[in-house]
Design a protein around this ligand. Structure first.
Ligand code: PEP
Length: 249
């Protein structure tokens, strides 16, 4: 039985005070719900949030990392640094990183390998653009993105990772994939991985991301291959994020 996960990607939002307020509001609203709850603040607020969630059920994730461990990489943050500050997870290959910062499948795979080497669990994002969906190549794109990590790190690496299916056209747009559309792609992902290893596929958590909110979360997460959500906009209000956690179980 896969434990559901609800992860909040705060992106580049907030201040030290609002980060503290947001996470303490989430903490105060938790009452033993079953999903794993993860928050992903900006790098500079990780220590503040880490202090707030000590001895709570909330776990910490970064939003990105460097594929190198140490050295002359100005402006970068490494896996050992994230581990040191208390991160358990790291979001990798988010479509905003792919589209705005030129992260190729190769870069994403290299970061994925570096995270695992440092005992950080990747929340690895995959998803098609609107153009790709309209060209009917969604499955080709998803397959290519998954193969990039399987070919470099092996299918067994997915035992320590989470995938997030995030159709790019649904991110921050208010357009959500329908539960059927999302389920179709999630099933494709799980089947493709099952082609390599059925046990890994069965235990792998695959999150949906793309304008998930308190109104649509329950229907999406009720789908058999959707194991929770990676939430952007709706994770910035404790009340909304908590409503999604409640919808997940
Ligand atoms: C995201 O960027 O991971 C995301 C899902 O954003 P939103 O919920 O705002 O669409």
């Amino acid at each position: 039985m896969r434990q559901k996960m609800v992860a909040g990607n705060w992106k580049m939002n907030g201040t030290s005070n609002s980060a503290r307020d947001l996470v303490s509001g989430i903490k105060a609203g938790l009452n033993g719900q079953s999903p794993e709850v993860v928050v992903c603040p900006p790098f500079v607020y990780l220590p503040i949030v880490a202090a707030e969630i000590a001895n709570s059920a909330i776990t910490l994730s970064a939003q990105n990392m460097c594929d190198q461990d140490v050295g002359a990489y100005t402006g970068e943050i490494s896996g050992p640094m994230l581990k040191d500050i208390g991160c358990e997870y790291v979001i990798l290959a988010h479509s905003e990183r792919r589209a705005m910062y030129g992260e190729t499948d190769e870069v994403a795979a290299s970061k994925y390998a570096a995270a695992l080497k440092n005992n950080l669990k990747p929340i690895f994002c995959i998803g098609e653009t609107l153009e790709e969906r309209e060209q009917n190549i969604t499955e080709d794109v998803i397959a290519r993105q998954i193969d990039a990590i399987i070919n470099t790190s092996g299918v067994a690496s997915l035992a320590n990772a989470v995938l997030a299916y995030e159709p790019v056209w649904a991110i921050g747009t208010g357009k959500t994939a329908t539960p059927d559309q999302a389920q179709g792609v999630h099933a494709f992902i799980r089947n493709r991985i099952a082609g390599h290893d059925a046990g890994i596929a069965e235990s792998l958590r695959i999150l949906y991301g793309g304008s998930m909110n308190p109104a649509n979360a329950a229907d999406l997460i009720a789908q058999p291959d959707i194991d929770g959500g990676l939430i952007g906009g709706a994770s910035l209000k404790a009340e909304d994020f908590l409503a999604i956690i409640n919808a997940a179980g």
